[in-house]
Design a protein around this ligand. Structure first.
Ligand code: ZN
Length: 273
């Protein structure tokens, strides 16, 4: 799933080429991902101009002229492509906009689990999951705010982080990276975490994501639907040496989710509170 670093760099790219461009043609190829909250889509979008691009947690917002916005929740396999209109349209393409400059903006989604909303601006808040997100991982929120936000959530810290209500923009991969950086066992229960561990998680969240943005920016170019994660320390690197201590990284799979961590650097016991 694209997370804050990939989406952040995708936004930078789109901001450099989309604003000012008009949608000359719009096509829905896979209607199951599309949710139009008021107007007929795609017809109503044709002729509108892109104004600005932004990210809110794990959502992308593409503001259009005439007080409308495309809100994209890419979930597991969604992504955006900005490609020449003549380039082959993949089967996984769900929505396609032709632009005046000869390029297409396409929403692609292998498993069609993502959601693509076309909404009047006064209804943006009603997009499911958008307004319920916590402060963005790049927002400068204090440790006290972080602690106060955490209060309402119990369960394992990794799950708390990926749910997006305490910090928005973090998914499975970056939760592993943040907890490794913080030296915290991913399955430790939120209530069992010490103040010191919480402080380290708070600091690591922003630091890890900022560092990743730099790494992704170097690699991504215009391939903004790609997930570039070769530089990660532990996620998806089961069996490989921990960059900190050299012991093999542990990888566990539960509910179709991989958790990678170092038993030595992130000590803890499974099934213990
Ligand atoms: Zn280690």
């Amino acid at each position: 799933m694209p997370e804050a670093p990939e989406l952040h760099v995708a936004v930078e790219f789109l901001e450099s080429c989309l604003p000012g461009q008009t949608i000359t043609e719009a096509q829905v190829l896979r209607p199951s991902v599309v949710r139009s909250l008021a107007d007929p889509f795609p017809e109503d979008a044709v002729g509108r101009e892109f104004l600005s691009i932004s990210r809110l947690g794990k959502f992308l917002l593409l503001a259009l002229s005439g007080d409308h916005t495309l809100v994209i929740n890419p979930k597991l396999t969604g992504g955006i492509q900005y490609v020449p209109s003549k380039q082959r349209v993949f089967k996984r393409t769900c929505v396609r906009f032709a632009l005046a400059d000869g390029n297409d903006l396409r929403y692609i989604d292998d498993r069609q689990m993502g959601q693509f909303y076309y909404v009047p601006n006064d209804l943006i808040e009603t997009v499911p999951g958008l307004a319920e997100q916590g402060p963005d991982v790049l927002d400068d929120f204090s440790f006290d705010d972080f602690k106060a936000n955490l209060k309402g959530f119990s369960g394992e810290i990794k799950g708390v982080l990926t749910r997006g209500r305490v910090i928005a923009g973090i998914g499975n991969a970056y939760a592993d990276e943040i907890l490794f950086h913080a030296g915290v066992y991913p399955f430790k229960k939120r209530r069992a975490l010490s103040d010191d561990e919480l402080r380290r998680i708070h600091q690591s969240s922003r630091a890890v994501v900022l560092d990743a943005i730099g790494q992704v920016r170097q690699r991504m170019g215009n391939q903004i639907d790609h997930k570039l994660r070769d530089f990660l320390a532990v996620h998806n690197k089961g069996g490989q040496p921990c960059p900190q201590c050299g012991n093999a990284i542990t990888e566990l799979r539960a509910n179709q989710t991989i958790t990678s961590y170092c038993r030595h650097c992130q000590p803890g016991m499974l099934l213990k509170n």
